[in-house]
Design a binder for this molecule. Sequence first.
Ligand code: 2AL
Length: 176
Amino acid sequence: MDLQAVNSMSYEQFLDIFGNIIEKCPIITAAVWSRRPFSSFGGVEDSVYDFIESLPISGKEGILRCHPDLAGRELTSGTLTMESQQEQRQAGLTSLSSREREILTLLNTQYKKKFGFPFVICAKMSVKEKIIEELNARLQNDPSIELLKGIDEVKKICHMRMEDILCKGSPMPTKL
Ligand code: 2AL
């Protein structure tokens, strides 16, 4: 896919292709379509990040709440989005021992109880052991820090999804 093709997409086409770069938030993709023409693929990402940053705290929390738990109910019931399924599988979350599953479920529950949104991390950039470690550590943070950390991870997930869509395997220069 080249930039000109992206810039000449109708919003329906744009939404079909980029609609889930932020998990279950197609409204963000629909909003940034208006910012065409993009001068680079990074420009698409920048527009998404600008949009997210312009949101009030409740909006950012809402984005985090659109993310499924790692190794949670949706994974078990097969109702994850295609992207999330692939990310969780790649991090080893589909092959947890019963002990690992138990720990992750407990920590996810504690995290949501404390912060009011789920723990979010870019699974593709990690592995199950590190994810459990990170969840344990982040559980100690203040809510304002966790909101920032969660949104940073959402941006990393977005970057990896853009890479998959646009470059079919050849990495885009990262801005994070
Ligand atoms: C996810 C997800 O669905 N993909 C990913 O990388 N992380 N969810 C989460 N709660 O962190």
